[in-house]
Design a protein around this ligand. Structure first.
Ligand SMILES: [Zn+2]
Length: 454
């Protein structure tokens, strides 16, 4: 299951509709992509290389691999557990408390299952916010699983300790993340980052310590941003930077969004979880206006499917509905099209899940576009048998594509899925890993959830 590849291995994708997401290259109606080793060597028409393995992509749409910037992969086996959850207390009581029951094998198997499912769904890259590091062995187990699946991963080491012991000594986490970062380096598929302890559960002094540690080690960071005012507080403390991805950010006001934009930063918006949580839904429109490079995440599989196409679709619908609501409130109804209104089209949203997401995980120069010298993470979508949507091919990608339409997945120049089938990973094994976790954790937990009325 290793994802290592020979540096001179060549792949030639022929005849696709290529959405390069690169402003200089634009779209190619019938385009080819030559991959050498782990990078794209050329994008154009009529490319020939006698040494390359050819992928016939006629009739397909090529896009950069999707990147999820806020995912709790360890919750993959908990699918459905919070589907109809309503309050934050319910989430704590039904989902989050289970972290204390996750053993080392559970973290491994959950991560394996989630990562395989993501790759199958065209999610070639992930910022895995692992706020379930209850021992060094838990962290090592998660990393072992990520190495085995070969998904491009920024694994964010969770600094949040046990919820029952606020005075817990966090220093072992800082020592351990340093050791892992030094051991893993920065050039491979797997990189180590940091998931800061949440501000509402921690002190600014502790957060400052974590940020200082991460910056010293050159690590990307992420943080749950839920209560109002946290972006401003971080900025005031001189800690905000483009190396921190705030997740959710619903309650960020316009001034806070401008602070993020000025620093060239991103936010990660998780549409399905925001919908269900009763949070403010205007942040993406306001962030877009402010020039923030928004990106998208699934957040918790305990609530929503591992499907970034779905997240993109909902984002497009949501942003339009906010625009339409604002227009109606301003007395412009029936709707009229005006400059800047509606704000986004599907192509913008695809940009969120590719170009902007790459930037959010610290790979903005190397990933997120199909262009020469970019890392070769590519997804081919097959619109057959029902046919491609008319108009902009980005419309088909964002509004009509499902994970089952993902024909081919390439990560770092290695084919991971082809003709709709995983090449070196096993869906059955992902399901078995999920079942193993469920058997173990619910044997130890207070009760086995029945899935009714949760
Ligand atoms: Zn989250």
């Amino acid at each position: 299951m290793s994802a290592t590849n020979a540096s001179e291995r060549k792949l030639l994708i022929k005849g696709a509709t290529v959405l390069t997401m690169d402003p200089a290259l634009g779209d190619l109606t019938t385009g080819d992509i030559l991959i050498v080793g782990d990078r794209i060597a050329a994008v154009g028409s009529g490319l020939v290389d006698p040494d390359a393995e050819v992928i016939d992509a006629r009739g397909m749409i090529a896009i950069p691999g999707l990147i999820d910037t806020h995912m709790h992969t360890w919750q993959t086996p908990l699918k459905g557990l919070h589907a109809t959850g309503w309050t934050f207390d319910e989430y704590q009581a039904r989902v989050f408390y289970l972290r204390e029951h996750f053993g080392v094998d559970d973290i491994h198997d959950a991560t394996l299952a989630g990562s395989i499912e993501m790759l199958d769904a065209g999610i070639t890259g992930v910022l895995d916010f692992c706020h379930n590091v209850m021992s060094p062995k838990h962290a090592e187990a998660a990393l072992r699983a990520h190495r085995a699946t070969g998904q491009r991963t920024l694994w964010a080491y969770g600094m949040l300790g046990s919820l029952d012991s606020s005075g817990e000594d966090q220093s072992w986490r800082l020592d351990h993340v340093r050791a892992l970062r030094q051991e893993t380096g920065d050039g491979g598929l797997l990189r180590i980052g940091m998931a800061l302890a949440t501000l509402e559960r921690s002190s600014m002094d502790q957060i400052a310590k974590e940020i200082g540690h991460a910056r010293e080690l050159g690590m990307q960071m992420t943080v749950h941003q839920n209560p109002a005012g946290q972006i401003r507080a971080l900025h005031k403390a001189g800690l905000l930077g483009s190396d921190i991805v705030p997740a959710h950010s619903n309650v960020a006001d316009d001034e806070e969004l401008e602070m993020i934009a000025d620093l060239g930063g991103s936010i990660s918006f998780t549409p399905e979880c925001e919908f269900a949580g009763g949070r403010s839904m205007t942040v993406l429109n306001r962030a877009h206006r402010a020039g923030v490079a928004s990106s998208l995440g699934v957040d918790t599989p305990a609530r929503v499917p591992i499907d970034l196409f779905n997240a993109m679709r909902l984002t497009f619908m949501l942003m339009r509905s906010v625009d339409a609501f604002d227009e109606r409130e301003a007395g412009r109804y029936p709707l009229v099209r005006r400059p800047g209104t509606p704000m986004v089209d599907p192509r913008h949203v695809l940009e969120y899940a590719t170009v902007n997401a790459a930037r959010a995980i610290g790979l903005g120069d190397d990933l997120g576009r199909l262009a020469p010298r970019q890392l070769a993470d590519v997804v081919l979508i097959n619109p057959a048998p029902y046919g491609v949507a008319l108009g902009d091919p980005a419309n088909h990608v964002v509004l009509r594509t499902q994970p089952r339409d993902v024909d081919t997945v390439i990560v770092g120049g290695v084919i991971r899925k082809r003709d709709g089938r995983l090449t070196d990973l096993d869906r059955i094994e992902a399901g078995a890993a999920t079942n193993r976790v469920r058997r173990r954790i619910f044997a130890n937990a207070e009760s086995v959830p029945q899935g009714v009325g949760m």
